[in-house]
Structure formats: C-alpha cells, structure tokens
Write a protein that binds this ligand. Sequence first.
Ligand SMILES: NC(=O)C1=CN([C@@H]2O[C@H](COP(=O)(O)OP(=O)(O)OC[C@H]3O[C@@H](n4cnc5c(N)ncnc54)[C@H](O)[C@@H]3O)[C@@H](O)[C@H]2O)C=CC1
Ligand SMILES: N[C@@H](CC=O)C(=O)O
Ligand code: NA
Length: 430
Amino acid sequence: MMRTRPLKVALLGCGVVGSEVARIMTTHADDLAARIGAPVELAGVAVRRPSKVREGIPAELITTDATALVKRGDIDVVVEVIGGIEPARTLITTAFEHGASVVSANKALLAEDGATLYAAAEEHGRDLYFEAAVAGAIPLIRPLRESLAGDKINRVMGIVNGTTNFILDAMDTSGAGYSEALDEATALGYAEADPTADVEGFDAAAKAAILAGIAFHTRVRLDDVYREGMTEVTSADFASAKRMGCTIKLLAICERAADGESVTARVHPAMIPLSHPLASVREAYNAVFVEAEAAGQLMFYGPGAGGSPTASAVLGDLVAVCRNKLNEATGPGESAYTQLPVSPMGDVVTRYHISLDVADKPGVLAQVATVFAEHGVSIDTVRQQGKDGEASLVVVTHRAPDAALSGTVEALRKLDTVRGVASIMRVEGE
Ligand SMILES: NC(=O)C1=CN([C@@H]2O[C@H](COP(=O)(O)OP(=O)(O)OC[C@H]3O[C@@H](n4cnc5c(N)ncnc54)[C@H](O)[C@@H]3O)[C@@H](O)[C@H]2O)C=CC1
Ligand SMILES: N[C@@H](CC=O)C(=O)O
Ligand code: NA
C-alpha cells in the first residue's frame, strides 16, 4: 500500500549530476513513488550560485546553506553530489547525525576517508550508498557488495574513467590531440571539476581503492593505490601498440596475491591486445572484469560518466535507500574483516613493452640483452629499426616483477650505447 506522507530528499550540489538527479526525480515522480511505496519529495537543494536559473526546480527550494539543510531533521535522504573532501565529509556525517541516510557519487571522499563515513552511518543506523561513485551508470558496487557476497573475488580489472578513455580513444582512432579531446570530454560533462584528477589517474585510483576494498573485504585507501596517469602517452606509443596488434587503455587492476595473504591495486596505461574485450571499449564507456572463484569471469559494461548516466545510478540508490527506510531496515555497511596488507607495486608481476633509443652499432643488442638477463627479466621479442647511426629497439618481456623491471631500466640508462628510454609500458590482458 502506498504511504501518502512523502519521503524528503535534500540535494547537495546541482551541477552536471545534481541537475539530472533533480530532473529525473521530477519527471519520474509517479514511477519512483510506485516503486518505493511512498512519494519522494525534493525538499531542498544546496547550491553555490543561487542566482543561476535552474529549470524545473522551484526557487524556494534553493539554499546556499548546505549545513542548515542537512541539519533540518525532517530530511530522510541526503544526496551528495558536490564532490571533493570538505565540506562534503562534514555534510555527510552531519546528515547521519540528524537522522538522514546518504547517497553519494563522491569517489574521492570514499577513497580518502570511507571509514569515517561508514562508521558514522553505522553509529546512527543509517544507509550509505554510492553506486555512482564507480563506473557511472554501470551496476557494479551493488553486485560486488550484495550479489557476489557469497563468492571469493580474486581480481577486478577494467576501464573506470570515462574522460581518459574518451581521450585515448580519440587519439587512437582519429589521431585527435590530447587537449582537444580533453576539452570535448569536459564539455560533455565527463571530466572532474579539476580534470587533473582524470588525466593523472587520481579518479581511477580512487575507484580502484573502493573496488579493492569491497572485493577483498579489506580497507584500501587512495594512497595504497599505485598510480600513473595518461598524460605521457604519445602517438608514437599508439603506433608501437598497433605494430604489436594492441591498443592503449588506462587500466585499474586490483588483485589478490596467489597465497591470498595480500592484495595489490594499481592504475596505469597499458597495452592490451585488440582481441581483448577492453580494447573495443570506446568513448566514455567503462568496462570492468570481475574474477570470482565460483562465478568465474564476469564483465560489466556501460556508460561510465556524464550527467544522465550517473544520475541513473544515484536514483537507483535513492530508491533502495527509501525502500530500506520504509522497511525500517538498512543495507550493507562496511565489510573490512580480512585486513589484508596492500603490497607495493614492486611485487606486481606483469609484461612490459620498452622502447629504447640506442646507438646503431654491433654488440648493442647483446649488451641490452645482458642487462635484462642480469635482472632476471626474460625477453619475449625484440624489434630493431636503424637510421643514421641511431636505432630504436623495442623489447617486449615475459612476465616479471615490477621491481626487476625498474632495476633493468635503471641499469639500461647507465649504458653508453643507450641514448634514452623512450617509453615503458605494461602489457596486460594476454
Ligand atoms: N560528472 C560525472 O560524469 C560523474 C561525477 N561523479 C561525481 O559526482 C559529483 C558531482 O560531479 P559533477 O556534477 O560532475 O560536478 P559539478 O562540478 O558539475 O557539480 C558540483 C556542484 O556542486 C556545487 N557545490 C560545490 N560546493 C558546494 C557547496 N558547499 N554547497 C552547495 N553546492 C556546492 C558546485 O557549484 C557545482 O555546481 C563528484 O563527486 C563527481 O566525482 C561521479 C560519477 C560521474
Ligand atoms: N570524471 C569521471 C566521472 C565519472 O566517474 C570519469 O571521467 O570517469
Ligand atoms: Na556504478
């Protein structure tokens, strides 16, 4: 039976995502009410610029005082789509203290200090949902927290940043320049307020921390995640990747060690074979593979960024939280009982593509091969291209620990015959 008294929602932030949340809440009000079992009412919208015209949002709902809004006491759910660490963290914990549950899209905050948010939610018996925080519209957090709660997840790997995938795809397929593609991604609402978070890999690293934490039931923070952005990927790297039958993607990879005693989490550009399903993930789409002991391999795919797709995930959470509220129940809280250590990047084992500028003279290849052998890094293929006494040497290795590869590169740089290390890229997905 439908409850007539509405559930009240406070919206914090009315930018790319918030404005879409408000629009869908208004246009789909009847359907949402029917699915929840009670009407949901937008009871207040906290913004920074109150003078801005916001179609469909009554002016009397707009406030610049987000703190007063979350303290009102009659609010059932706070939707936080401001972003950043503060004031978002204080607003969320204050919302819990005043009886509201929270839906957030804020991966930066969850990766930085998720523990504080979970603890506040638990202390006050409220919900913390954040499907939108990882891979936009793709249902991923809920499957990991709930559907796969009975399985053992060993690996999560995928493309979790729409902006950088959009840029890399444009560089690869149309030869577009980096800045031009970034401007387009920003105009389409994919990029973070500060796009450095996207291109330097911080956003993907935050998502990797969240995914690893949930998948391995352990606490993983942003600082635990090895991170390399994609700003140094060049058209020469794409050409090299093409020659190997590969393309380049910014990947997030979270793994449980073979002995089960530790985990790793990393974000970096990597070459992947064109035959791999991730190679055909275009534009701002995301895709994530989850490997679980009993389920085997699962793939989640869909729009990873943008106002409307992200609002879809927020609205899904809003419905779930409202249903819980009506049933006087709460959804899953933090599950971090394993407390596994996060190993350093040096322990990660993978393949590498190394491009060297060398002198084109006899014995150079043997010298380079010796350095690899001395560091225990086995070579798979070598390709040499000479020109005017200089040559480019492209070495692809077998699987080796990252620490061994770093030692190899350090030693290569010291060789007189090696003029420079043009690029080092990991090779994944084979
Ligand atoms: N845009 C996207 O594709 C996605 C965004 N997200 C996350 O959603 C959140 C919001 O992102 P966007 O809407 O894209 O950002 P945005 O920058 O378009 O919107 C944020 C809004 O919050 C407002 N704001 C900032 N501080 C405020 C305060 N103290 N009180 C009231 N309003 C305040 C800003 O003026 C801005 O309008 C972020 O956490 C972001 O990481 C998550 C998934 C996808
Ligand atoms: N800036 C992010 C937005 C979604 O999380 C991205 O590009 O993926
Ligand atoms: Na999602």
